[in-house]
Write a protein that binds this ligand. Structure first.
Ligand code: F6P
Length: 380
């Protein structure tokens, strides 16, 4: 009997979704002659009176590898676990469509829904997606590399105008409660200050960096994650979407920081909130490859009947974890992450008090304020 497999994309879109759809569908079609059904607008496609589905044949998944967004459409509001009637309807549609399995490409919210439906008997394989790179149990999600490349380019563009005008430029990235995008793009774009949700910043320390650079270099670039906040301060919430599985939308902390810094500095301070530009456009080659690997691996799990698991990458290797493990929480930048250490050591401010400012020239190697001599390359 021909296998019939459904596939949907849930939550916010991200570059690389089409690459996963293509890999799942082609792998299933080639390896077991499966019939692949695309479900439109995430779980919403199974929640109406009539399911919104379309067959995905070889031609319809060809030529989409490099296209951003998702050909199936998505929704970050449709949540069939909100009521028993919605859950029942989704399960009934899946039965009526004859789906032997459902591949869910989504973030933590979609994985939580997938887990709930799996517990009700729907065989599911999850594929993690998010530009935020914050899904528990997955060290690298596709879409992240593209977002970092977009932010890095934006920082580079802001750098030349900041330099020309002698301004402090603040760039706000997405990322929710995790600072991965701000950290990697901040380092790649040579930001002078990187502010992350994981480290509450000291506004006086940030102002001191800008003042020191006003004297020495005239301009400063600050890269801030949308979930960052000052010590003792609050998150900056842009809006609340009550029917979304994750109702809080962050955004605008760059403007809050702009006002706080402007009150302390002579230089003009400007803020740029990058927003959804970070989610748009074609995936980078790295993301195309990662998405293809994830999609193909999801197809292998389906063919093995290894359900209720999510494809993931751990220690650089493809593997899978139980959906339940990926369904809750956020994978944040750990305090001992090597990128944080490297940032501090090369003089990038993380908004912490007590960090020495600017280059250290002619510091004595003994006495008060001494810096240890550099070890020789031969270790002597
Ligand atoms: O999770 C991806 C993400 O882009 C976050 O970085 C951002 O906070 C959020 O989605 C924005 O969601 P929406 O598209 O609903 O505004």
């Amino acid at each position: 009997m021909t296998q019939r497999i459904g596939i949907l994309t849930g939550g916010g879109d991200c570059p690389g979704l089409n690459a996963v759809i293509r890999a799942v569908a082609k792998s299933l079609m080639r390896q077991c002659g499966a019939e692949v059904i695309g479900i439109e607008y995430g779980f919403g496609g199974l929640m109406g009176e009539v399911p919104r589905v379309r067959p995905l044949d070889w031609a319809s998944v060809s030529g989409i590898l490099m296209r951003g967004g998702t050909i199936l459409g998505t929704s970050n509001r449709a949540n069939p676990l909100r009521s028993e009637a919605d859950t029942e309807r989704v399960l009934a549609h899946a039965r009526a469509l004859g789906l032997q399995a459902l591949v869910v490409i989504g973030g933590d919210g979609s994985m939580a829904i997938a887990h709930g439906l799996a517990q009700r008997g729907l065989p599911i394989v999850g594929v993690p997606k998010t530009i935020d790179n914050d899904i528990p149990g997955c060290e690298r999600s596709f879409g992240f590399d593209t977002a970092v490349a977009t932010v890095t380019e934006a920082i580079e563009r802001l750098q030349t105008t900041a330099e020309s005008h002698g301004r402090v430029m603040i760039v706000e990235t997405m990322g929710r409660y995790a600072g991965w995008i701000a950290l990697e793009a901040g380092l790649a774009g040579a930001a002078d200050v990187i502010l992350l949700p994981e480290i509450d910043f000291d506004i006086e320390a940030v102002a001191a960096v800008c003042r020191e650079r006003e004297r020495r270099q005239r301009y400063t670039i600050i890269c801030i994650g949308e979930g960052a906040k000052p010590i003792g301060g609050e998150l900056t919430v842009h809006r609340r979407i009550t029917d979304s599985p994750d109702p809080i939308r962050l955004g605008g902390v760059a403007l809050v920081l702009q006002a706080a810094l402007q009150a302390r500095l002579d230089s003009e301070v400007r803020a740029t909130v990058l927003g959804h530009v970070q989610r748009g456009g074609p995936p980078t080659p790295f993301d195309r490859v990662l998405a293809t690997l994830f999609g193909n691996e999801a197809a292998q799990l389906v063919m093995r009947g290894d359900f209720n698991r999510m494809v993931t990458q751990q220690a650089g290797r493809l593997t899978s974890i139980a959906l339940a493990e990926a369904a809750h929480g956020s994978r944040r930048v750990p305090a001992d992450h090597p990128l944080l250490r490297a940032a501090r050591q090369i003089g990038v401010s993380l908004g912490e008090a007590g960090q020495p400012l600017g280059p250290i020239v002619g510091r004595p190697t003994d006495g008060p304020g001494a810096v240890p001599p550099c070890p020789r390359a031969d270790g002597v």
